[in-house]
Write a protein that binds this ligand. Structure first.
Ligand code: TYM
Length: 334
């Protein structure tokens, strides 16, 4: 097996990137780019598994690219591109549709969540979404995949597909088995309105999330209104775990104040939630507002963003085409 490490990850351009995307994944993309070869993809083909307005999609592809740059991704260090511009992703996804099993896909909880109660009406694309995700990763023979906890099951499926392909086509170690890189402290940022649900772009109430583009005032207002608890902050993790909204606020606080949950609890035990909310709002304004402003600035020059994607696609295509050629050979396609 090639020992070369390669990082791959993707973000859907469905608008409103939020604190969960940032703390759970994108911030980690940025720290990895200094030490490893990294490929970061705006996964527009995944986005269209649910209907997207075409004009909004175009804008969101550029805005996600702008968000990558605004959070510190550097196109001179990382390859940044959009998925649909490298057609090898779709081609490998088809091959994987023929390797992956219906039984495996039937177990995917994200499909069940997204399709809702009427699965018959979900697109076929939404159902086979994880096979495309496996194609994204394995097309580059990526070894490490930074993601939030919600993507863990998709990564397990990717490993199953890699293993089955290697076995079916008698090519031991051809595809590496990629490792998920899931941050221990902050793998799942929860909704500010309901600590049992993850923070998400699709939740109706905008008060449930901090968007990267929120103004300082909006950030302060949302943290102030975040659900907490009537009793003071407990002094131990066991009690905190029984209060999901409080646990979420303390987890976010510990992350943005660069400490850990234990230390944050020592600092906050016995205090009212208004105290932590004030401190958290200040920290979030300091970290998120400059990103939001930079996104807006970058979106004023869409030609520049398009050029970055084009250059990234050219670099990604070279790797992708070379690997796809070998994959086609293994399968017996001429
Ligand atoms: P997406 O676009 O939903 O989310 C992008 C990244 O943000 C993470 N994330 C969170 N982390 C912590 N707390 C949250 N509340 C939260 N919400 C989102 C996600 O885990 C993800 O890492 N299927 C992927 C996109 C994808 C991909 C790939 C990822 C397509 N191909 C290949 C890795 C490798 C998705 O829908 O992410």
């Amino acid at each position: 097996m090639s020992s070369k490490k390669l990082v791959f990850s993707g973000v859907q351009p469905t608008g409103n990137l939020h604190l969960g995307n940032y703390l759970g994944a994108i911030k980690n993309f940025v720290s990895l780019q200094n030490d490893m070869n990294c490929v970061y993809c705006v996964v527009d083909l995944h986005a269209i598994t649910t209907f997207q307005n075409p004009d909004e999609l175009k804008n969101n592809i550029l805005e996600t690219t702008a968000s990558f740059l605004a959070t510190g991704l550097d196109p001179n260090k990382s390859i940044i591109f959009n998925q649909s511009s490298v057609s090898a992703h779709s081609e490998l996804a088809w091959i994987f549709n023929c390797v992956s099993k219906v039984g495996w896909l039937n177990r995917m909880t994200q499909f069940k969540d997204k399709a809702g109660s009427d699965k018959e009406k979900a697109s076929v694309g939404l159902y086979i979404y994880p096979n495309l995700m496996a194609a994204d990763i394995l097309l580059y023979k990526a070894t490490h995949v930074p993601v939030g906890a919600d993507q863990k099951q998709h990564l397990e499926l990717t490993r199953d597909i890699a293993q089955k392909f290697n076995k079916d086509f008698n090519c031991k170690d051809f595809f590496p088995l990629p490792e998920p890189l899931i941050l221990k402290n902050i793998s799942r940022v929860m909704s500010l309105r309901d600590g049992t649900k993850k923070m998400s772009k699709s939740e109706e109430s905008d008060y449930s999330r901090i968007n990267l583009k929120d103004s300082s005032d909006e950030i302060v207002k949302k943290i102030k209104k975040a659900k907490s608890d009537s009793e003071p902050i407990p002094d131990n993790i066991k009690s905190l775990e029984k209060k999901p909204e409080a646990l979420n606020l303390l987890t976010i606080y510990s992350e943005v104040s660069k400490t850990n949950l234990e230390k944050a609890l020592i600092e906050m035990a016995g205090k009212e939630y208004s105290y932590i909310k004030g401190k958290l709002a200040d920290l979030l304004v300091a970290e998120i507002s400059p990103i939001g402003k930079e996104i807006v600035k970058l979106m004023n020059d869409k030609t520049h963003l398009t050029k970055i994607l084009k250059k990234g696609s050219e670099k990604a295509s070279i790797k992708a085409e070379e690997n796809l050629k070998n994959i086609r050979e293994k399968v017996g396609l001429i």
